[in-house]
Design a protein around this ligand. Structure first.
Ligand code: PLP
Length: 393
C-alpha cells in the first residue's frame, strides 16, 4: 500500500537549517528560519516562563485531560491581551490550540464547515505555511495585492480595490503585525479603511497574530485586531505564543471566533468537535505557563520587559544591516529596513545570488530573499555585508 507514495522535496527552510548545522565555516550566517536568536545564535527561554514553569512544577497536582477548548483562564487572558479587557465575551468562542498553526487549521476547518464555497484571500506574498494549513481542508485560496517591491511597503491601493470587490462568501486573511515574509505593515489609518470595507462588503476578516509585541509594541501591534473586532459582527483570530513568549516547541496558540450574539454556544460546539477529530485535547503545559504569566502582575511586567528587549535587539539588527550595506557600497536605498516591522524583510537578491551567498560565503537565506533580521549581529555584519556586496557586484 505504501510503496506508491511519491517522495516529496524536503521543506526548504528545514533543508536550509540542516545544511547550516553541517556547514563547517566558522563565519556562517543563518538568516533563514523565523526564530529569535541572540548574538550567540541561541534562542533563550524567557525568565518569566522559567518562573511560571517552576510554579507549575510545584503546584500542578494532576495530569488529567484539560477540555477540548483549553482552560477558561488561558482563553480569557489571551483575549484581553489581543482584543483588550472589554472584549465581547458573550460573542467569542475561544480555544487553546497546539501553536498558531493549530489555530489556523482549526479556523480553516471551521470555515469549511460554515461555508464550503468560501474563498480565503491571502496577501501576495504570505507565509508559505498558510497554503497547506488553509488549502488542506479544501478551501479555495486566492491572493490580494499586498507587497510593493519598489517601496518595500504595502501596495494599499491595490489591496483595498480588491477587498472592495469581495462579499459574504469571502474570507480575508490579514497579518495583525510584523507581516511574514515582508515586514511591511498596515498603518492604523489603513486598518480603519479595511475595517470599514469589511463592514460594508460583509466579508469575514481572519486575522493571524503571530508576532504581537515584536513590532511597535503589544498594544500598537493589536490595533488592527481591535479595530476590526469593533467594526464587524463576525471574525476569526488565530494567535500564537511561539515568538512573543518564546514557547515555540511547547505549541501554544489560540483560535477565537467572534459570532453573532446567539451563536456562541453553537460555535463552541463546532470548535470542540473539530478539535476532538484532530487532536482531541490541546497540550496543557504551555497554555498554563502563559495563563500564569498574564495573571501574575510581577511576571507580566518581567515578560513585557524581556519582550521589549527582543524587539529592540531586532531594531538594532535592522539599523546594523542598513548601515553595513551602505558602508560596503551595496547599491540601493535601505531605509525600508528601518521602516519594516518584526523579524523579517526582503533583500532584493536573485536566486542565483542567494545560491552564491550560500555556496561561496555560507550565508543562508530562503530563495524568496526573505531574511530573519535576528541573524544579523554586530559580529557578523561586516562579513555579511561584504558577502552581499560581492554577489551583487
Ligand atoms: C505568520 C505566521 N502565522 C502563524 C505562525 C504560527 O506559528 P506556530 O505554529 O509555531 O505557533 C507563524 C510562525 O512562524 C507565522 O509566521
Amino acid at each position: 500500500m505504501f510503496s506508491s507514495m511519491a517522495s516529496l522535496p524536503i521543506d526548504p527552510i528545514l533543508g536550509l537549517m540542516a545544511k547550516f548545522r553541517e556547514d563547517p565555516n566558522s563565519d556562517k550566517v543563518d538568516l533563514s528560519v523565523g526564530v529569535y536568536k541572540t548574538a550567540n545564535g541561541h534562542t533563550p527561554i524567557f525568565e518569566a516562563v522559567k518562573a511560571a514553569e517552576k510554579y507549575r512544577l510545584e503546584t500542578e497536582d494532576t495530569k488529567a485531560y484539560i477540555g477540548m477548548m483549553g482552560t477558561p483562564g488561558y482563553n480569557d487572558a489571551m483575549l484581553r491581551l489581543l482584543i483588550g479587557a472589554d472584549y465581547p465575551s458573550d460573542r467569542i468562542a475561544a480555544a487553546l490550540t497546539p501553536g498558531g498553526c493549530g489555530a489556523l487549521r482549526v479556523a480553516s476547518e471551521f470555515l469549511m464547515r460554515a461555508n464550503p464555497d468560501a474563498t480565503v484571500w491571502v496577501s501576495d506574498p504570505t507565509w508559505a505555511n498558510h497554503m497547506p494549513l488553509i488549502g488542506g481542508v479544501g478551501l479555495k485560496i486566492k491572493t490580494y495585492p499586498y507587497y510593493d517591491k519598489a517601496s518595500h511597503g504595502v501596495n494599499f491601493s491595490g489591496m483595498i480595490e480588491t477587498l472592495k470587490g469581495l462579499g459574504p462568501n469571502d474570507v480575508v486573511l490579514l497579518h495583525a503585525s510584523c507581516h511574514n515574509p515582508s515586514g511591511a505593515d498596515l498603518s492604523p489609518a489603513q486598518w480603519d479603511e479595511i475595517a470599514a470595507v469589511a463592514a460594508e462588503r460583509g466579508f469575514i476578516p481572519f486575522i493571524d497574530s503571530a508576532y504581537q509585541g515584536l513590532g511597535e509594541g503589544l498594544d500598537a501591534d493589536a490595533y488592527g485586531i481591535r479595530k476590526i473586532a469593533a467594526s464587524v459582527e463576525e471574525m476569526i483570530l488565530a494567535s500564537s505564543c511561539s515568538k512573543n513568549f518564546g514557547l515555540y516547541r511547547d505549541r501554544v496558540g489560540q483560535v477565537a471566533v467572534m459570532t453573532k450574539a446567539d451563536r456562541k454556544e453553537v460555535t463552541v460546539g463546532q470548535i470542540s468537535s473539530i478539535a476532538r477529530g484532530m487532536y482531541s485535547m490541546p497540550p496543557a503545559h504551555g497554555g498554563a505557563v502563559v495563563e500564569h504569566i498574564l495573571t501574575t502582575p510581577s511576571l507580566t511586567a518581567s515578560w513585557q520587559k524581556e519582550l521589549a528587549g527582543i524587539c529592540s535587539s531586532i531594531q538594532t539588527s535592522r539599523t546594523l544591516l542598513k548601515a553595513g550595506l551602505e558602508k560596503a557600497g551595496v547599491e540601493g536605498d535601505f531605509a525600508y529596513l528601518i521602516q519594516n516591522q518584526g523579524m523579517f524583510s526582503f533583500l532584493d537578491l536573485t536566486v542565483e545570488q542567494i545560491n552564491k551567498l550560500q555556496a561561496d560565503y555560507s550565508v543562508y537565506l530562503v530563495n524568496s530573499g526573505r531574511i530573519n533580521l535576528a541573524g544579523v549581529t554586530a559580529n557578523n555584519i561586516d562579513y555579511l555585508a561584504a558577502s552581499i556586496k560581492s554577489v551583487t557586484g
